[in-house]
Each structure stands twice: as structure tokens, then as C-alpha cells.
Design a protein around this ligand. Structure first.
Ligand SMILES: CC(C)(COP(=O)(O)OP(=O)(O)OC[C@H]1O[C@@H](n2cnc3c(N)ncnc32)[C@H](O)[C@@H]1OP(=O)(O)O)[C@@H](O)C(=O)NCCC(=O)NCCS
Length: 183
């Protein structure tokens, strides 16, 4: 059975696997982590003391998922970042389990809202490739998932689309903001 634990900062092997998971999972989706060094820096950042950094381990003690979170607004709001499940393990409820684990931890720390941004850099939704300023609420209300964008994963597990950041990743490539009430 997979289990979710704090990523041990002193375990260089698990840290390297976590960086590899990030790099492999996102390289086709975003230029954010173009190489292993940038992924390693992201792991370092996630291990900072005020943040939460959880990994899902399989029976052989290998990293198969990663979820992190950081506080904003005096801890009322926590940002979920990053979230990733190894491709070979998707669609089995592990993403949901990782988010539920983070929800429980931030709830115990007094959070009211869990929030995240889910970029659309690959024209995977109807809110990309258009000028959102014409009708932002309408674009959100009528959003369609064209290519399996993860925003729908989040709405399935209780998040609501709380906004968009137009052109966040270049013209027509927005960030989709999602939020969930905690507690
Ligand atoms: C997004 C991600 C974490 C989901 O993890 P997962 O383990 O596959 O998700 P789960 O199996 O827990 O799915 C929970 C529900 O969401 C649905 N779902 C999962 N991914 C989905 C998608 N891309 N589009 C629509 N629905 C999706 C599942 O079918 C399931 O629905 P159900 O409750 O009706 O059965 C995983 O696909 C991933 O790591 N993707 C690459 C990295 C990424 O995009 N991370 C998010 C960045 S914001």
C-alpha cells in the first residue's frame, strides 16, 4: 500500500527521485523545469521550513507522487504547489489522496482556504487562445476541457474555479485559479 510521508530532507536518494518525477511529468506541459537542476532547486525550495512537502512512496520505498503547500495571508490561505503523480500510477485515486493529506495538515494549522494555480500553456481548455477580458466570468462559467487539463481533476475533488490570470504564460496562455474551503 502506498503511504504518504514528509520528504526527509537528509535523504538525497528520495530527493533525487522527487526531482526526477517533477522533471519527467512536466517537461511536455511547461518550460518551468527544463532540466534536472531546475527540478532539484524546486525540491530544495519545497523543503523550506514554513512549507509542507509530502511524498507518496510505493512498497519498494520509491517516490510515486509529490504534494507541497506554502502559507499566504497569515496562514488563512495555503497554496498547493506542486502536485504530481507518476504517469504509470494515475487515475487510481492517488492524486486525491495526496490533496486530502495536505488538506488535513493545513486544516490543523488553521487554514480556511486551499488554493492553487493550474496553468494552461498547451491550449488544453477553452479559456486559452482567447481574449479573456471580453467576459471573464462567462469564460469561467462555460469552460470546456479540450485535452485532459487537470483543472477538472480539482473540480472533481471539491475545488471551484475562483478566477483566471489572463496571459500568465504568454498571450492566450492563462493560469486557472482554483480554491477549496477548508474545515
Ligand atoms: C493531476 C494529477 C495529479 C491527478 O492525479 P491522479 O492520481 O491521476 O488523480 P485521481 O486518480 O486521484 O483522480 C481523482 C478524480 O479526478 C479525475 N481526473 C484525474 N485527472 C483528470 C483530468 N486530467 N481531467 C479530468 N478528470 C481527471 C479522475 O477521473 C477522478 O475522478 P472520479 O473521482 O470521478 O473517479 C495527475 O494527472 C498528474 O500528476 N498530472 C501531471 C502533473 C499535473 O498536471 N499536476 C497538476 C498541476 S496544477
Amino acid at each position: 500500500m502506498p503511504r504518504i510521508v514528509d520528504l526527509p530532507a537528509d535523504n538525497s536518494g528520495l530527493r533525487e527521485q522527487t526531482a526526477g518525477l517533477l522533471y519527467e511529468s512536466f517537461r511536455a506541459l511547461t518550460p518551468a523545469w527544463p532540466d534536472m537542476d531546475s527540478a532539484r532547486r524546486e525540491v530544495e525550495s519545497a523543503l523550506e521550513s514554513e512549507k509542507i512537502c509530502r511524498v507518496m512512496l510505493d512498497d519498494q520505498h520509491r517516490v510515486m507522487g509529490w504534494a507541497g503547500a506554502m502559507p499566504h495571508y497569515d496562514g488563512n490561505v495555503w497554496e498547493l504547489h506542486p502536485l504530481v503523480v507518476a504517469e504509470s500510477h494515475r487515475n487510481r485515486g492517488y492524486g486525491r489522496a495526496l490533496v486530502e493529506d495536505i488538506e488535513a495538515i493545513v486544516a490543523a494549522r488553521g487554514a480556511l482556504t486551499l488554493w492553487l494555480g493550474s496553468d494552461d500553456e498547451t491550449y488544453a481548455t477553452s479559456v486559452s487562445g482567447v481574449d479573456l477580458y471580453d467576459d471573464i466570468p462567462g469564460a469561467i462559467r462555460n469552460i470546456e476541457n479540450l485535452k485532459g487539463h487537470p483543472y477538472e481533476f480539482y473540480t472533481r475533488i471539491g475545488f471551484r474555479i475562483a478566477g483566471v490570470v489572463p496571459d500568465a504564460n504568454g498571450r492566450g496562455k492563462p493560469d486557472i485559479l482554483l480554491a477549496k474551503k477548508i474545515g
